[in-house]
Design a protein around this ligand. Structure first.
Ligand code: ATP
Length: 881
């Protein structure tokens, strides 16, 4: 009964590691290999082209090939499975090398097969094993699957069945060349690397299976690393990116000597011990390379330093895990390497092959090395298995198996699925290698289910987050001011987001000076790292974080200060505006004050009293000198009144002034007379400027000028302070009415009726009729000559026209005629003034009844003139008002 394996599914992986037990098959029912099957078919019937169909390579994920070659990583939204390649080593690799290979095979045969002393009991069996080596235990089903056939001995004794392993990205048979392996496995990684995407290639397999050969190759068959370097530089030249990006190489190994703790060594020249600290390696040299030859020579030198030893499985077995990093970083304009910007790293790992003690027969040091190698392989396997389980069930926590070895700690991000990697499994196809191959394939078959979905970006973010979390923790420990925690967090976001720092960027490297001019291209940070300062890396980033934090704090402070300054500026502007307005007001007030002062000075100068005399023997309680302070202390309205009174005295050369103050002060009447007006123009102007509200009739200067003209036409030539030359000004504070009477009142009491204009003026002034009468009565000398002039608001032009000859009331320009009798002041005025203080202001209509009152009235009446009586009436009416 023939059993056919199901057709391979390109997108699924079905590994039958433990096929169901069935009855032991007879030798004739052993599953034939595909090739013998086809050969057994008769020739006349065309065979089904199963091999041709299977040879057609169908990508597991059609988008994956496109994404790796055409699109950017961020444009690939579909998750990719971990790529796992399988390479089968030739049974006799040296035979394929021609004559040289045959010579080498003969040399090997002549040498001792086992590097260690052999057990004599097993000598005889070795020959039989050699004969059985010619059998292949691994059959390539297609490019993605293989069938592992146990040796007949195992099949018979332990009923081990053949196993089919599928789902490989590609299976390279023994005839595959290095170039073929590179093109299908490494070139996509290199392309991504050139585009700026990091990646890793790790070779896994038992000892002597061809890992080192695949990675490094030989001069005749260069391995993946030299081919990748060649491709990198060739592509850089093609695209011209060599001028914009720089490449550097680092190489180190992880080795456990005699079972001691793991150690790391820099494999480049002058390399020493390395230290892993938080996924970073301190003291690692990164040598900038400019061409392939330079890189290959460096790597060759590193290979010479790598720990190898002869074992039963491999004449030159690697005893350490070797890691090679190729970094691509953009150049600055001045040629320096900009490590703070995004850089890509292509990591190639050549793991030490797992060894079975029974197989290798290692003892002593080799045995201890085997334990270390196997332990690392086991940890590596645990990390990937844990990642797979975590991806299957995200609720599970990702086990931190990586902490168990230096290699897994260094490759933590890859082993946690944060970055893409590629695995190549190398196996030997001999029957004696069945167990090694079986272990490897069983172990690695689940890896194919591991998925990567845009891990590049998430890796960067997580990496930055982790780095800055660590930085923040250290800062909080060291700085001890928790008040700035927010700033530190912001700083981490800012730096991580802006400078695109990656963890690879943080990997310390010691830059080796390949050429003097190349050293100049390194940033100071790298040069500092070159000094092998064990704490330089951490201190460097702590200092960077400190600076960023300080910058953040200073920016916040500057913003706060700026806001405060803005507020103060606004307040200052408001205050300045107020000050400006106040200054304007103050200037106006000063101007007004100065104006008033000037006017007051003018008034003072104008009102210099030449002589004050009491016209009548009126009792004056206050000294005459005190009269002027009263005038000075008057309100502006009073001043106006005074000025108005003075105005009527303009051009008087000498006028005796008599001011009478009522001793009793009941009426508040002040009489100012005979004021000396020296500057009449100023005084008139002053009078014009200050509009007297009480006399709305005076609203223009013309009227005043007219009045001035009138005054100028009038003259009073006496100029002597005598009774005949008296000019009186009566200032009534109650009505602000100034009545100026020129010349002495005539005893005859002729009354001159005023013309109509004068009456109008009087009407405007709301002057009581009694006042008019009083004025008329005062003008006693001649009705045509004596005039009563009402200064305020009275347009007296008509009066001037009507009196071309007679003496003027105010002016003195026209001298009095000598023919006219000299007028003397009748005692009526003096009597009147005298009586003001003691007069009985009773209405004449209400004459006192009784003899006493009648007698008094009779006595006074006999003494009074008609004018005085009228004046008394006027005053009395004013007082009542
Ligand atoms: N594909 C191959 N073609 C030709 N020769 C090969 C091939 N693979 C391996 N070899 C040869 O097999 C020998 C062992 O190979 P290699 O040293 O690479 O094994 P390994 O897996 O690195 O072993 P170890 O883990 O002990 O270092 C070498 O001499 C190498 O030249």
């Amino acid at each position: 009964m023939e059993m056919k394996s199901p057709p391979p599914c390109p997108t699924t992986v079905t590994v039958r590691r433990n096929p169901p037990r069935k009855a032991r098959a007879t030798p004739s029912t052993i599953v034939p290999l595909p090739m013998p099957l086809s050969s057994s078919i008769p020739q006349d019937i065309p065979s089904f082209p199963i091999q041709d169909i299977l040879s057609i390579e169908v990508p597991q994920n059609p988008n994956s090939s496109l994404s790796t070659s055409l699109s950017a990583p961020s444009e690939d939204p579909i998750a990719e499975n971990l790529k796992v390649f399988l390479r089968i080593r030739p049974l006799n690799p040296l035979q394929s090398l021609g004559k040289q290979g045959k010579i080498a095979v003969q040399t090997l045969k002549s040498r001792t097969k086992n590097a260690w002393p052999q057990n004599p009991t097993t000598k005889n069996t070795s020959k039989t094993k050699i004969k059985k080596k010619s059998e292949n235990c691994i059959t390539v089903n297609d490019s993605h699957s293989v069938t592992l056939c146990p040796p007949p001995a195992l099949q018979d004794s332990k009923r081990v069945k053949s196993e089919v392993y599928e789902g490989f990205s590609h299976v390279f048979n023994a005839d595959s060349s290095q170039d073929e392996v590179y093109e299908k496995m490494v070139d996509p990684l290199v392309e991504d690397f050139i585009k700026g995407k990091s990646g890793m290639l790790a070779a896994l397999g038992p000892s002597g299976s061809g890992k080192t050969h695949t990675v490094f190759g030989c001069p005749r068959e260069p391995g993946m690393l030299p081919l990748a370097l060649r491709r990198i530089f060739s592509r850089s030249k093609e695209s011209g990116s060599q001028l914009s990006r720089s490449f550097s190489v680092s190489m180190f190994e992880i080795y456990s000597e005699r079972g001691k703790a793991e150690r790391m060594f820099d494999l480049f020249q002058d390399g020493g011990d390395l230290f892993l600290q938080q996924s970073t390696i301190k003291g690692l040299q990164e040598v900038i390379i400019s061409d392939v030859q330079e890189a290959e020579s460096l790597i060759a030198c590193g290979m010479l330093k790598r720990a190898t030893a002869m074992t039963n499985s491999n004449n030159q077995s690697s005893r350490s895990q070797c890691i090679i990093n190729i970094r691509s970083a953009p150049k600055k304009i001045d040629g320096e390497v900009d490590l703070q910007s995004k850089s890509a790293v292509l990591t190639i790992v050549d793991l030490a092959g797992a060894e079975r003690e029974k197989r290798t027969g290692n003892q002593g040091t080799r045995l201890l090395e085997s334990n270390f190698i196997n332990n690392t392989s086991m940890v590596f396997d645990l990390c990937l298995r844990s990642l797979l389980e975590y991806q299957k069930n995200p609720k599970k926590t990702l086990q931190k198996h990586f902490q168990s070895s230096l290699l897994t700690r260094y490759l933590r991000d890859y082993l946690e699925g944060k970055k893409r990697m590629t695995l190549i499994l190398t196996v030997k196809p001999g029957e004696e290698d069945y167990l090694d191959a079986s272990v490897l394939l069983r172990q690695a078959s689940p890896y194919m289910k591991i998925k990567f979905n845009n891990v590049e970006d998430s890796f960067n973010s997580l990496c930055n987050k982790r780095n800055f979390q660590t930085t923040r923790t250290e800062q909080l420990k060291r700085m001890k001011y928790s008040g700035l925690e927010a700033c530190v967090i912001n700083e981490g976001k800012g730096v991580g987001g802006e400078s695109q720092l990656q963890r690879e960027d943080i990997v310390p490297g010691r830059v080796k000076e390949v050429e003097p001019q190349k050293v100049l291209g390194h940033s100071p940070r790298i040069i500092n790292l070159e000094a092998n300062d064990s704490t330089s890396v951490g201190e460097d980033y702590i200092e960077l974080a400190k600076r960023e934090r300080k910058n953040q704090v200073m920016q916040n402070m500057a913003k706060a200060l700026w806001n405060v300054l803005k507020q103060y500026k606004n307040k200052l502007e408001v205050a300045e505006n107020e000050i400006h307005s106040l200054r304007e007001c103050l200037a106006n007030e000063k101007a007004l004050c100065s104006d008033l002062e000037n006017k007051l000075k003018i008034l003072k100068s104008c009102c210099s009293c030449r002589e004050a005399a009491v016209v009548s023997p009126v009792k004056v309680d206050e000294p005459r000198t005190n009269i002027f302070p009263k005038l000075e202390g008057c309100q502006s309205t009073d001043l106006h009144e005074v000025k108005a009174g003075v105005l009527n005295l303009k051009d008087s050369e000498s006028i005796n002034s008599e001011q009478r103050s009522e001793a009793t002060g009941t009426s508040g009447v002040a009489i100012a007379s005979c004021l000396d007006v020296e500057n009449f123009d100023d005084l008139s102007n002053l009078f014009i400027d200050q509009k007297c509200e009480r006399f709305p009739g005076i609203d223009n200067a013309k009227d005043l000028n007219d009045s001035e003209d009138v005054g100028r036409n009038d003259a009073h030539s006496d100029g002597v302070a005598t009774d005949s030359g008296l000019s009186e000004s009566v200032i009534s504070s109650s009505q602000s009415l100034v009545i100026v009477r020129n010349d002495s009142c005539s005893s005859t009491g002729e009354q001159q009726s005023l013309n109509e204009k004068d009456k109008k003026c009087l009407d405007q002034l709301a002057m009581p009729e009694e006042d008019v009468l009083f004025a008329q009565e005062c003008n006693v000398s001649d009705a045509t000559e004596s005039k009563l002039k009402l200064v305020q608001g009275c347009n007296v032009s008509g009066a001037t026209e009507s009196e071309p000859k007679g003496p003027k009331l105010i002016s003195h320009s026209k001298p009095l005629s000598s023919e006219k009798p000299k007028r003397r002041l009748l005692p009526a005025s003096s009597i009147l003034l005298k009586d003001i203080g003691t007069m009985d202001l009773e209405d004449e209509n209400e004459k006192p009844k009784g003899t006493r009152g009648e007698r008094k009235w009779a006595v006074d009446e006999s003494k009074r003139t008609q004018g005085s009586i009228t004046l008394l009436r006027l005053l009395r009416s004013n007082l009542h008002q």
